[in-house]
Design a protein around this ligand. Structure first.
Ligand SMILES: *Cc1c(COP(=O)(O)O)cnc(C)c1O
Length: 359
């Protein structure tokens, strides 16, 4: 068995240690004689696994007690509608900051449920930067302000947290747990699990408890934050195995020195890769250096005709899933927490060698 280096944007790499533990526990979890997948979500075992995962996530992000943590289904997309349904009445205004494909999609879906207003858009830069903090056109009395701190497709990240009077809502799908975060600045943080948390099928929501009173009636039960909070995210059958795997990832993160520890590695990985791109005329990254993502690194080749060759040869070299998103083309290396530094080193070596042979 050889594990290759996986740069997939999502579902993404998981730590090998976590997969090994899951494998060891697959048929018989801790002497109970059955798999986690086969347990009732009402059992003491699953409730214990679920509570421990929540506590570990709370420890990692220092989530205060006045925030609820929800483990839900429906991926990141669920919250494009759940946020307006839970936080706003249909006639309310909500502000959206548009800095890439994901915040644009959240806006498009939000329009069906609330008066969604564009507070800023960087589309005219082809999503290569974020708006200046002072240029945000925020509405007075908005129900919330929505943004995406890390745009997975464009590789653009906010170097600041917007200042808002209204509750700030962040789609943190591709950057949650990559570095320490001041949760108290946010009303709602949501994230699909398959980038930095665990397997697809799960999404995590961190919501300030006073916001749980603002839902319109009715909200579909599986999107209802209040109902989920009241029921420990077990109103219906939750994605138990994904939740368990996420719990193993949280423990792994604690062993890496928590978010401070992993952030140091993440920043080093990103700095190396951007350094390699910047010092070459053969590769380029279009993003404003002040807003470059440390998780998703898109890059192009000076000769786009070589892209197919690059992808074929990199795959041959054991570097998987480097193709950029179909909407932007080029390459993209997603270097989430579970992508080891050795993977980034191998990619940089491959890129230098490829340039030598084809440049
Ligand atoms: C991947 C991603 C999503 C979509 O997640 P799904 O689980 O496919 O719904 C939403 N937002 C961001 C920022 C993402 O990276």
């Amino acid at each position: 068995m050889t594990r290759k280096f996986n740069f997939c944007a999502g579902p993404a790499a998981l730590p090998a240690e976590v997969l090994e533990q899951a494998q060891a526990e697959m048929l018989d979890w801790q002497g109970r004689g059955l798999s986690v997948m086969e347990m009732s979500h009402r059992s003491a075992e699953i409730v214990g696994i679920a509570e421990e995962a929540e506590q570990d996530l709370r420890d990692l992000l220092a989530i205060p007690d006045d925030y609820a943590v929800l483990f839900m289904q429906g991926g990141g997309h669920a919250h494009f509608s759940a946020v307006p349904l839970n936080l706003a009445q249909p006639e309310d205004t909500a502000d959206y900051i548009v800095t890439g494909s994901w915040s644009k999609k959240a806006l498009a879906e939000g329009k069906g449920f609330v008066k969604a207003q564009v507070a800023a858009s960087t589309e005219d830069t082809r999503f290569t930067t974020v708006p200046d903090a002072k240029s945000l056109r925020l509405s007075s009395g908005a129900a919330y302000v929505h943004y995406c701190p890390n745009e997975t497709i464009h590789g653009v990240a906010f170097p600041y947290i917007p200042e808002t009077d209204a509750p700030l809502v962040a789609d943190y799908s591709s950057a949650i747990l990559s570095e320490p975060l001041d949760v108290t600045r946010f009303g709602v943080i949501y994230a699909g699990a398959q980038k930095n948390i665990g397997p697809a099928g799960l999404s995590v929501v961190i919501v300030r408890k006073d916001l749980l009173e603002r839902a319109r009636q009715p909200v579909p039960s599986i999107l209802n934050y209040t109902l989920m909070a009241e029921n420990g995210s077990m109103y219906n059958t939750p994605p138990t195995y994904s939740w368990y795997l996420a719990g193993l990832v949280f423990k792994w993160l604690k062993r890496q020195g928590g978010l401070e520890g992993i952030a140091e590695v993440n920043r080093r990985k990103a700095a190396k890769l951007y350094g390699a791109i910047d010092q070459s005329d053969f590769y380029a990254n279009p993003v404003d250096p002040a807003c470059r993502s440390i998780m998703n690194v898109p890059f192009t080749l000076a000769d786009s005709a070589l892209e197919k060759v690059f992808l074929a040869e990199s795959e041959e070299a054991g570097l998987l899933n480097l193709k950029g998103h179909r909407s932007v083309g080029g390459m993209r290396a997603s270097i989430y927490n579970a992508v080891p530094e050795a993977a980034v080193d191998a990619l940089i070596d491959f890129m230098a060698d490829f340039e030598k042979r084809h440049g």
